[in-house]
Every structure is written in structure tokens, then in C-alpha cells.
Design a binder for this molecule. Structure first.
Ligand code: 13P
Ligand code: SF4
Length: 327
């Protein structure tokens, strides 16, 4: 029997014994997605974590996702198979800090969004705009969520902003998601200067090349891409939004502007259609840390438990619950 088959069987056995459920983000390795009970985007995974009946959740994704599951379901044991699977963008904002490490990005001041430089903390920006609510992308740490009014994901950012009565909102930490939201709302979005290194690297030239290589194929792009890239896309949406679009579209070929892990589901669920990456190096190293081996050892040893203090969990849950109530 091949090694991976042994691993799969052992994982399934452990899962039954421990009443565990495996959740996987759409960017995980193929074999990890294939062993999961549920694969989805950040919004779907939050919803599932809140609703599912089990004792243990093995979260195959990055740290903030497992934290959200633990915030929403504190009675369940949430395991993150690789403890150092983090999201660098989530680490680009802190609740309070005196560090001055990140630079501003010249040129973005001319966008319709005002981008705050990174030498400030979330508390600084809240101090400057005390009456403006904070919308925290789920790609944030639990303590940033706890300081925020409501969370959002790439699937619902505009809906979340529109749900607030205020004319201005602070949106952290992804500047590209915020600028995309600004294009789709009348409200004023005050954005943070964070970014996802996987999506932010895509250029207009990449789009031009992909269009030349695959003429006529619609381009789906994640809102974490730069505004000039999104401007050229046919459909801007979350990872699961791309799956729905590819399924419903009569097109036979698609250019995919997000992390490579999504290609697995796109191909598997649309066998007659062809999918081409916008760039082949759109790979999130942190999402790829989780392996079948690490899933098994987390389950075996019940290790890498993600737990958030009640002091942080309760306000963070309020922000997540407000988002789930309107999505
Ligand atoms: P989705 O919300 O589309 O799943 O994206 C999460 C993410 O980390 C994007 O880089
Ligand atoms: Fe974070 Fe980007 Fe990786 Fe998503 S793809 S987890 S935003 S670094």
C-alpha cells in the first residue's frame, strides 16, 4: 500500500475515534483538500466552524482561520497542524505598537482611498477617527478583531460596509481589498497599507501576457490583487466565488488570478474546462506547510491546540458574529 494511502487511512481512523472534522481552505495542497470533510473560502469555513457538530476541528489553513474557528466554537478543540502557518498580511497590523518598520507606498495617496502608513497602530487610527467603525478583514489576529466593530471576508466586504449606518469606515489591513470596496460603495473607506504578497505581485503586464496566451478566456481575479489588475478582470471575487463563476459560465477556458491551490477544485469540479494561472508563482508558502503527515500527528497527539483568551475571544466573536449575521 503506498505511504499516502496508509496516512489517509490512519487519519480517517483517528478522525472517527476523536469525533474530529477536517476543514481545509481552497489553497491547501491537493492531498489535504482531498482528505477534508469540507473545503471552502474564508467565509464558508467560518460558517462551517460555527455550525458543525464535532468535538475536534483540524483546521488546514493559516493561523487566523484556526483562531476564528476557536473564537466561534470555544467548546471544540481546534488544532492547527502547522503552528507556524501564518498569514504575513495579518501580521501587518497590530493593536498597539511603537514599531516603525513598514514604509508608505507612494502613489496610493492619489487613489480615492486614504491609506494610513504603517508606523501607526490600530489604536492610533481609532484615536484619530473615534467615531468611525473598524471593519477587520478576517485575515487579522484575534486581538485586532477584538478591537474592531465587524469582520469581513473577500466574499462580503461591500455588503459589510453597506450594512453600517456610518458614512466613513476604517478597513484593515489589505489596501487592495479596501480600494476594491471603495470602487463599489459610496461610503468613504479609510484603508490600511497592508497587502498579500501572493496577490500583490501580479502586474498589468501579467494580465496582458495571459490574455495573449489564452485569448477569449475570462479572467477571474481575487480582490487582494492591485486595482490596476482588478480593472482588467472579468470577474472579481473570493476563491469560492471563482468556483461558482467557472461552474455557471458557458466559457470553456479561464485565467485564474489567485493562489494556485484553487486550481485543484476548479479542475476537479469542471472536468471539461481548462484553467490557466495568471502567474505560476502565485503560491502561498504558509498555506502549503500543512501535509497529511502533520494532519495525522496533530490528531494523534492532539497537539497545536489554538485557544484565545476569553478577554479577547468575546469581543472578537462579536465582530465575527455581526459579519455572519448579515452574510
Ligand atoms: P478567500 O476569502 O477568498 O478564501 O481568501 C482568503 C485568502 O487568504 C486570500 O488570500
Ligand atoms: Fe495571507 Fe495571502 Fe497567504 Fe492568503 S494567500 S493566507 S492573504 S499570504
Amino acid at each position: 500500500m503506498p505511504l499516502s494511502q496508509d496516512l489517509r487511512e490512519e487519519i480517517l481512523k483517528q478522525k472517527r475515534e476523536k469525533r474530529a472534522i477536517i476543514l481545509s481552505h481552497n489553497y491547501q495542497r491537493e492531498e489535504v483538500q482531498d482528505i477534508a470533510d469540507f473545503v471552502g473560502d474564508s467565509l464558508e469555513l467560518s460558517r462551517t466552524a460555527a455550525a458543525i457538530d464535532c468535538e475536534v476541528i483540524v483546521f488546514c489553513g493559516v493561523n487566523f482561520m484556526a483562531e476564528s474557528a476557536s473564537i466561534l466554537s470555544p467548546k471544540k478543540t481546534v488544532l492547527l497542524p502547522e503552528l507556524d502557518a501564518n498569514c504575513p498580511m495579518a501580521d501587518m497590523i497590530e493593536v498597539s505598537s511603537t514599531r516603525k518598520v513598514w514604509k508608505t507606498f507612494p502613489g496610493y495617496e492619489t487613489q480615492p482611498v486614504f491609506v494610513f502608513p504603517h508606523e501607526f497602530s490600530l489604536r492610533d487610527i481609532k484615536g484619530k477617527y473615534p467615531d468611525v467603525p473598524v471593519v477587520a478583514y478576517v485575515n487579522t489576529t484575534a486581538d485586532v478583531k477584538a478591537e474592531s466593530d465587524i469582520c469581513c471576508t473577500s466574499a462580503n466586504v461591500v455588503k459589510v460596509i453597506e450594512s453600517l449606518p456610518d458614512e466613513r469606515v476604517i478597513c484593515v489591513p489589505d489596501r487592495n481589498l479596501s480600494m476594491w470596496a471603495q470602487k463599489n460603495t459610496e461610503k468613504k473607506v479609510i484603508a490600511w497599507d497592508g497587502f498579500c504578497h501572493v496577490h500583490d505581485r501580479v502586474t498589468k503586464e501579467d494580465v496582458a501576457k495571459a490574455r495573449r496566451d489564452h485569448p477569449g478566456a475570462p479572467l477571474m481575479a481575487h480582490p487582494e490583487c492591485r486595482p490596476e489588475v482588478l480593472e482588467l478582470a472579468d470577474h472579481v471575487t473570493s476563491t469560492s466565488g471563482m468556483l461558482r463563476f467557472a461552474h455557471a459560465s458557458p466559457a470553456q477556458e479561464f485565467i485564474v488570478g489567485t493562489e494556485m491551490g484553487l486550481m485543484h477544485r476548479l479542475k476537479k469540479e469542471n472536468p471539461g474546462k481548462a484553467f490557466y494561472p495568471l502567474r505560476k508563482d502565485m503560491i502561498c508558502p504558509n498555506m502549503k506547510k500543512t501535509t497529511l503527515k502533520s494532519v495525522l500527528s496533530a490528531l494523534n497527539e492532539m497537539r497545536n491546540v489554538i485557544k484565545v483568551s476569553e478577554e479577547v475571544r468575546i469581543p472578537a466573536k462579536r465582530a465575527l458574529d455581526r459579519m455572519l449575521a448579515i452574510s
